[in-house]
Design a binder for this molecule. Structure first.
Ligand code: FVH
Length: 284
């Protein structure tokens, strides 16, 4: 069934969202601060709103996807939110989501926050995931529409949960990128083919290491870091060796150094017999 949906913010992501909804046959009203970005969507059948308030008034579901929460609040300020669902897909922090959620509900609207685990080209394609939190009733009401964009996963009524998990997932990604870059730099330091190393050795190794993480997560939940395999003292020596090797190869170990420091600190505190999951205690 065709629904009215407003999309506010037509950057790369907002445009992908609006295009996907239009392609599915929905009536989409669009607005962007720089009006010209609505041209291509209008040519594909979107209705163009002159103001953000007009866009919100046109549809029960208003999707906001702009640079940051400050911009999102500026966009929504002045719009009549009573009876509307605001879905904020702007990247932000848990505290910002909670504050914005209270602000929207204080004006009579329902609030959903979302963390997009996809790039614009993936929207509407298998593999795209969007994490949601906030009003469960609003999520249920619009779930069929949300499924068009990406696999939807609702994490709870607290609007801060989607950004919390979004940032945690990005943290995992950046850690993986850091390891990849250092490994690639080390292999390249001897003129060895980085692509072949990555495809045949590094990626399978990273998959095998990733598979251990649920077990580590259990250790963290139980606060029990006992290990029968490579303990922190073994890893401390191994990491010192690694960093020396980087220096000998003329490669900067900068992305590894914080890990080395935390390992040394934990061992110095007398926890050398623990497993690597115990390092979390140094981060709390
Ligand atoms: N692109 C991606 O891969 C990531 C995937 C994960 C989620 N992010 C987040 O999505 C938000 C939007 O990102 P984007 O890629 O669409 O970004 P841009 O193409 O740079 O478009 C930015 C839009 O924000 C508008 N805007 C900026 N400041 C204001 C403001 N003060 N008032 C109103 N609108 C504002 C901007 O408008 P304009 O410059 O065209 O007039 C664009 O519509 C973002 O949170 C990502 O982290 C994307």
């Amino acid at each position: 069934m065709s629904e009215n949906i407003a999309v506010l913010g037509l950057g790369l992501m907002g445009t992908a969202l609006a295009e996907t909804l239009l392609a599915a046959g929905h009536r989409v009203t669009v607005w962007n601060r720089s009006a010209a970005k609505a041209d291509a969507l209008a040519a594909k059948g979107a209705a163009r709103a002159a103001t953000a308030a007009e866009a919100v008034a046109a549809a029960p579901l208003a999707i906001v996807c702009v640079l940051d929460y400050e911009a999102a609040r500026a966009v929504l300020d002045g719009a009549a939110l009573a009876g509307r669902t605001v879905l904020n897909l702007t990247n932000g922090r848990p505290a910002e989501a909670r504050e914005t959620g209270a602000w929207v509900t204080g004006r009579g609207g329902d609030y959903l926050d979302g963390g997009i685990m996809a790039v614009p080209q993936m929207i509407g394609q298998p593999g795209a995931l969007i994490l949601y939190s906030g009003s469960r009733a609003a999520f249920d009401r619009h779930e069929a529409t949300l499924k068009l964009l990406a696999e939807p996963r609702h994490l709870g009524e607290d609007p801060g949960l989607a950004p919390l998990y979004d940032l945690a997932m990005l943290t995992g990604m950046y850690g993986q990128i850091a390891g990849f870059l250092e490994a690639a730099a080390l292999v390249a330091s001897e003129g060895r083919p980085v692509r072949e190393f990555t495809e045949t050795l590094l990626v399978p190794w990273m998959h095998a290491m990733a598979a251990l993480k649920p077990r580590w997560a259990e250790e963290i939940e139980q606060g029990d870091y006992a290990t029968e395999v490579s303990n922190l003292e073994v890893n401390r020596v191994g990491m010192a060796n690694l960093v020396t090797a980087f220096e000998e190869q003329g490669v900067k170990p900068d992305l590894l150094l914080p890990m080395k420091e935390i390992l040394e600190r934990r061992v110095a505190r007398g926890h050398g017999a623990e497993g690597l999951s115990g390092l979390i205690e140094e981060l709390r």
